[in-house]
Design a protein. Sequence first.
Length: 328
Amino acid sequence: MTNKRKTLLSGVKPTGKPHIGNYFGAMKQFVDLQGDYGRTLIFIADYHALNNVQNREEMNNNIYEIALDYLAIGLDPKNVTIFKQSDIPQHSELAVILNSITTMSYLMRAHAYKDAQARNKEISVGTFDYPMLMAADILMYDADVVPVGQDQKQHIEITRDIAEKFNRIFGETFKIPEPLILENVATVPGTDGKKMSKSYNNTIGLFAEDEEIEKAVMSIVTDSKAPGDTKDPEKDNIFALHKLFSKEQLSDLEKRYKEGGISYKESKEILIENIKKIIKPLREKRKELEKDKEYVLDILREGGDEMRARAEKKMQEVRDKIGTKLYE
Ligand code: ADP
Ligand code: TRP
């Protein structure tokens, strides 16, 4: 089957400003792949975010901001349907149905839940049930391919399991989706070398101003090798980001690292220039889009209307299969 007959679907939670880890790990794939698939569906997972964002203004703002982000990185509404999850109540309905065929012990094995538990956090039922809503997001539209970062792989596996289970119990209904994870960007490191994450305060913002980029790069943690020492590029946090931003100079940089021909300071300066070159046009496009809020909201509104109709069609089938549908 060519990709033209397949559906690509993915989403991001509106929990704050995206960083370059989100971009390279997930969002850039949305842009690069748009147009390759018969349908590309990119949504805003606002009910997933509700587990963390519990403030009206903040939620409102975050949703709008992520819609701007999507458009600024180059998602083209001609190729992609952009919508928000909460505009399609059928997602929640399907999650309730999937809950009924899922056991607590199965969900307790999910990494996200175990991590939250390890941090001794008060865990909301919504967080515990997060994978079921995510499965509903994906299965609703018969998605074939789901581009995500490495940390979401288990959620896609759970989605596959639950789809198979439903199909076994009620008959063939859902397509089994595949994750799409690019190995070289599976985990983008932050300025401290750990996974870049909003939760760790180690991010470089995707739409950062030049000064923010300088500050973040200058704070990248390195070992204490002197400028003339030989350095192992594979162990350096600056070099890890060169792999994303300095592709053309990469072999030269690698050589200089190994020969002891570059200081970390110079390496950081080169990185700063290269990051600026990539971020500046994105930032400028975003500023342009900010001037027309109604345009952005209209895209969400239209996407929501279109997907609600599709979702309702799928749910009619689901309700029929489970036996709750008695009449048209
Ligand atoms: P965060 O960890 O910053 O809160 P999210 O959980 O909102 O990020 O992730 C949104 C998307 O970005 C997911 O598909 C996730 O896999 C991807 N992602 C997040 N951080 C990284 C990273 N450091 N490297 C690669 N992909 C990432
Ligand atoms: N869980 C994803 C994240 O943390 C967001 C998400 C929700 C998602 N539903 C989805 C991603 C469906 C892909 C498909 O980023």
